[in-house]
Design a protein around this ligand. Structure first.
Ligand SMILES: *[C@@H]1O[C@H](CO)[C@@H](O)[C@H](O)[C@H]1NC(C)=O
Ligand SMILES: CC(=O)N[C@H]1CO[C@H](CO)[C@@H](O)[C@@H]1O
Length: 733
């Protein structure tokens, strides 16, 4: 292994311009220090500068922002990019490729329609990989017989779809995505129209049958009589109360597992683990752990890929890409998992909800990779089965890929009843599952905490971001969905910080200090709400009252403020554009940044504290993947969607109105008292307030709009009352 004549399977390159960036960042840091110095040296003594706590509050907020900015630099300090050599892999290992088990998780047929789920399943079944070494598992946490029926239909359709993919090297291999992509037009232009229409017809027929069943909400007698396994559902009580349903739809150990052309097909398994009201189900982590056990008895692939049911594979070669890292003779043995970015199909040009997480996937994750390993983000990730099950890094893990190519020698010798036990509620009692084994329980971001604990055991991880997206999913299409999603993420990350896996006090000596710094900004998302709220409220109120909080334009202390603000935003714009966004997209990103901090993060922080004090339980809210007609239209038009009452909207509207009142009030007083002098001493504050108004334009628009997605009247009224009273109270004291 390795040594002489070793030719790597992947290559790592450093980003260029790192030195220039570091110098630039250092000058910003200098500016930040000067801002701190200004705050400390100019503590006001006369009472006309307002109460002293205002000043110290600003100092605290600026200290926080400055230190947070320093932490953020760790993810930009050493960016690395990866490239794979799949031809070398095929050349060296073609006969010895390991078994790969693919887990697809779904949780609710109403939110994640069965057609979407099976398109994802079909796209991964069609990977360019030896089918006898690949097994696909669908975990259905709703235990829905409709989803099972859809998968049954998909297993029949796969017999035609996979040979079709192979014959015409179809890309992408999700049928729905392929039929709407230009490459299918290409095929018909090449005179293969007949084949294309034939497969399209099969697909449409299947789609009709599934959607009919979905709408009816039940399976017809006709189908039930043909497929005895539906009788399993006779005992179904509710989503929270049912037996294990487990069915091997395609079993590669039997001779029936062949496609229409007689080639082998990969194994396909449906699993709905047992659910009982008296056992907590642990959300997706619980499903994943049941899948790990069930698959270990069926196929026991050495590599596990997990994808969310809305993330179809857009590249049939991704398994080989991932194996280039895991099987590299020299460095592969220290890599626990290979994470691909989550990319989204549904983003509009200027991404008004900024849901593509552009900067995170194009910049920050490359930085984490450079510091020792990216986060595990729950979808599009290839794991070693061993590490997921708690194995420490060490000599004995050196994997001999050639022996027993990952297929369990006992594969295929399983009794259905034994298998079902593995997915039962009581199986995990008094075991290490959810702690040392499998994914961790008790955290809303089970993926991140699991990835972190793997890194604590000495492993590193790799981030692979190929130009052609490997996985494509559906992004949230309303503001509320986005805010709820971020509440869960920030709450989970904050809980990690306070848990016994905290990077802050548990990470030292286990992972590099650079990586600790990279994790911290994510873990500190939630507490960010306080300084942000302070900065969006207090300076504006002080503007209204005529209290100056920032240096005058003529003062030399003005320079560090101007420099830091200008450089930070100019750089952030450049970074966003460089990541492939638009200028308007960046502006929208700034708005969402503010909205997340003042609403999602605030509720996340409150809930985390409440949970620490023993008040509430976590509730895992999945964000909807289907959009109603009007919502979808407004989404396409990039019009912000409110339309629901939510305390989050009340806060956002209150802040928007408060700043408007302050600015208008201050403008009136300013003109009354002679204008120029007033604004000269208040310039930064006035700019801050004006920018907050500009960024909130969609909210004012939402208040005035008439369509379904407008801001609810009750929210507007409540917010107006709160904003006006806050201004009145502050001014009169
Ligand atoms: C998805 O794959 C197709 C090729 O099949 C490619 O043309 C397209 O650019 C990919 N999509 C994205 C968003 O990368
Ligand atoms: C929810 C939503 O907007 N879904 C759309 C996502 O994009 C595909 C095609 O790109 C549309 O068909 C969906 O309606």
């Amino acid at each position: 292994m390795g040594g002489e004549g070793y030719i790597p399977l992947f290559e790592t390159t450093r980003a260029r311009g790192t030195l220039a960036y570091r110098v630039f960042a250092s000058t910003i840091f200098l500016g930040i220090c000067m801002i701190w110095a200004y705050r400390l040296s100019h503590v006001p003594s006369e009472p006309e500068h307002g109460p002293i706590w205002v000043w110290f509050g600003l100092l605290a907020a600026e200290l926080w922002f400055g230190l947070y900015w320093v932490l953020m630099q760790a993810c930009r300090w050493r960016l690395v990019y990866r490239r794979t050599f799949k031809d070398r892999l095929s050349h060296r290992y073609d006969k010895d490729l390991p078994g790969v088990d693919i887990f697809v998780c779904t949780a609710d047929p109403a939110i994640e329609p069965p057609m979407m789920v099976i398109n994802t399943v079909l796209s991964v079944m069609a990977y360019d990989y030896p089918p006898e070494k690949m097994s696909v598992y669908l975990s259905d946490d709703a235990g829905s017989n409709i989803t099972y029926y859809a998968l049954l239909e998909a297993s029949q359709f796969a017999k035609h779809w996979i040979p079709f993919c192979r014959r015409f090297t179809v890309e992408p291999r999700s049928p729905a995505a392929y039929f709407r992509s230009p490459s299918s037009d290409q095929l018909s232009a090449n005179g293969k129209n007949e084949e294309l229409s034939a497969i399209k017809k099969l697909y449409e027929d299947m789609k009709n049958r599934i959607e009919t069943a979905h709408e009816l909400g039940r399976i017809s007698e006709d189908i039930r009589s043909k497929h005895k396994e539906f009788s399993q559902w006779d005992s179904y009580i509710s989503r929270q109360d049912h037996n294990t349903f487990l069915e091997i739809l395609i079993d590669r150990t039997t001779r029936k597992a062949v496609d229409a052309e007689g080639n082998a097909l990969s194994t396909l398994v449906y699993m709905a683990r047992e659910k009982r009201p008296q056992y907590f189900h642990n959300f997706k982590a619980g499903a994943m752990n049941a899948l790990i056990r069930v698959s270990s008895a069926i196929s026991s692939g050495r590599i596990i890929l997990n994808v969310d049911c809305d993330m179809y594979s857009n590249n049939s070669e991704s398994i080989r890409d991932a194996l280039c890292f895991l099987m590299d003779e020299e460095r592969g043995d220290e890599i626990a998992y290979v994470q691909f970015p989550q990319n989204f199909e549904n983003v509009t040009k200027n991404e008004q909800y900024s849901s593509s997480l552009r900067v995170i996937s194009e910049v920050e994750f490359h930085g984490l990779d450079g510091q020792g390993g990216v986060l595990y983000i729950g979808s599009g990730c290839f794991h070693r089965r061993d590490t997921l099950c708690g194995k420490k890094i060490g000599r004995e893990v050196i994997t001999r890929w050639s022996e027993n190519s990952g297929i369990d020698p006992n594969g295929g010798i399983y009794k259905p009843e034994e298998l079902k036990k593995l997915a039962s509620c009581s199986y995990e009692e008094n075991t290490e599952w959810g702690r040392e084994m499998g994914l961790k329980y008790g955290c809303p971001v089970e993926d991140v905490i699991t990835g972190l604990s793997i890194q604590y055991r000495g492993w590193r991880s790799v981030y692979f971001n190929p130009r052609r997206n490997a996985f494509l999913g559906v992004a949230p299409t309303t503001l509320l969905q986005l805010l709820v999603q971020h509440k869960r993420w920030s709450e989970g990350d904050f809980q990690i910080l306070l848990s016994r896996y905290s990077p802050a006090w548990h990470g030292l000596g286990k992972i590099s200090p650079g990586l600790i710094m990279c994790y911290l900004p994510y873990c500190l998302w939630a507490p960010n709400c306080l300084p942000t709220l302070y900065y969006t409220i207090i300076p504006s109120l002080c503007l209204l009252k005529g209290i100056s909080l920032f240096p005058e334009v003529t003062s030399p202390w003005f320079i560090p403020f101007a420099y830091v603000i200008f450089c930070k935003y100019a750089y952030s714009l450049a970074e966003y554009l460089w990541s492939g966004g638009t200028v308007l997209g960046w502006w929208n990103d700034q708005r969402i940044w503010l909205y997340k901090r003042t609403s999602s993060y605030l509720f996340a922080a409150i809930d985390t504290v409440a949970k620490l004090l023993g008040f509430s339980e976590t509730a895992f809210v999945i964000t909807s993947k289907v959009a109603e007609e009007g919502v979808a239209q407004r989404y396409e038009k990039e019009m912000m969607e409110f339309g629901a009452t939510s305390p989050m909207f009340t806060i956002l509207t209150t802040l928007a109105l408060l700043n408007l009142v302050c600015f208008l009030g201050a403008a009136l007083t300013g003109f009354a008292s002679g204008g120029a002098g007033f604004f000269g001493s208040m310039l930064l504050q006035a700019i801050l307030c004006a920018v907050l108004i500009l960024i909130n334009l969609p909210i004012y628009h939402g208040i005035l709009r008439k369509d379904e997605g407008k801001m609810p009247i009750s929210t507007t009224v409540a917010s107006t009352v709160i904003a006006v009273s806050a201004c009145t109270i502050f001014v009169s004291f």
